[in-house]
Design a protein around this ligand. Structure first.
Ligand code: ZN
Length: 57
């Protein structure tokens, strides 16, 4: 399930598999579907997102 998180008053959708954050829910869902099936990330998808370390910034 894609997780909805708040980041500086902006809503981000987070892939629960790889923790990448996305501004669009559709990308987060694509990412999660890919991560679950392939047990890895698709660079074409993650390039639309924010790396997991965004949480610490
Ligand atoms: Zn993912």
């Amino acid at each position: 399930m894609v997780k909805i998180v708040d980041k500086n008053n902006k809503t981000l959708y987070q892939c629960e598999e790889c923790s990448f954050g996305y501004e669009e829910q559709s990308w987060a869902e694509k990412c999660e579907a890919w991560c679950k099936e392939h047990q890895s990330c698709n660079i074409e998808i993650t390039s639309h997102g924010i790396p997991p370390k965004w949480k610490e910034i």
